[in-house]
Ligand binder design. Structure first.
Ligand code: 6PG
Length: 242
């Protein structure tokens, strides 16, 4: 039987809790970067509900955001708002440990630099002096974008900055986003992807054919020493062996 989106959300929640428990079990704090979009809501709701709600040491968890839209925090499209309504309003993570991305500022370049400096200050560096998130949660668009790293945008080529802001022509909006250097320094990167509309992009990204994968930004998520985890529902996984 095909994996349902609910089954996939359950599996993704389990993997995320496993990472949190591995880290906090060593007496260390856990640094997460979450994503927006429509897919992760069910995952966040499971983290905010029994039994996971009580099992996670929320006081040892720090939450950042891998990308953000250029809208106020109370706007329906804001990723921080989504995570707040589905997760943060229901769990005892200290607000001082939650760091929304300021993507609706007038000077987005300066705001991106400030967010990068915040990450460099708070997230422990392990690989080549780069901040090392314990887990970065990513979704993927049907054309292979992840975070706000869209095809044919300048941020794809960024090798120094860890957080940038850019105008994305295909959506006609500004976005702030982690760059590949920061994503690829993570200890774990988990893609949580559902839906038949993502099947071709998933198959391309997971194929052994670099040519086929080359047009999909998500294919460039290749942590130097970390793990990449794909949690997919049946429809999103359907084209993998084609
Ligand atoms: C965002 C996300 C983005 C998202 C994909 C998939 O800000 O939109 O960070 O990268 O993960 O667009 O979105 P869906 O989950 O809505 O398909």
């Amino acid at each position: 039987m095909e994996t349902t989106a609910e089954d996939a959300a359950e599996r993704a929640a389990g993997r995320l809790v496993q990472v949190i428990e591995e880290r906090t079990g060593q007496g260390k704090e856990c640094f997460l970067a979450l994503c927006g979009g429509t897919t992760p809501s069910e995952l966040y709701r499971r983290l905010a509900s029994p039994p996971l709600l009580e099992s996670i040491p929320w006081h040892d968890v720090h939450i950042f955001f891998g990308d953000e839209r250029d809208v106020p925090q109370d706007h329906v499209e804001n990723n921080y708002r989504l995570v707040t309504k589905t997760l943060l309003d229901h769990v005892p993570v200290p607000l001082t440990q939650v760091h929304p991305m300021p993507a609706d500022c007038r000077d987005l370049t300066a705001a991106a630099e400030q967010y990068e400096n915040l990450i460099r200050r708070l997230v422990p560096a392990e690989n080549d002096d780069l901040p090392t998130f314990d887990l970065i949660l990513l979704g993927m668009g049907a054309e292979g974008h992840t975070a706000s790293l869209f095809p044919d945008t300048p941020a794809l080529a960024e090798r120094e900055r860890l957080v940038v802001a850019q105008f994305v022509p295909v959506i006609g909006r500004n976005r702030m986003t982690f760059t590949f250097p920061l994503i690829n320094a993570a200890r774990n990167v988990m893609f949580f992807i559902t839906g038949a509309d993502k099947a071709d992009a998933v198959a391309a990204v997971l194929s052994d054919d670099p040519e086929r994968a080359s047009g999909y930004p998500a294919a460039r998520v290749q942590p130097r020493s970390g793990n990449v985890i794909f949690v997919l529902d049946g429809p999103a996984a359907r084209a993998i062996h084609e």
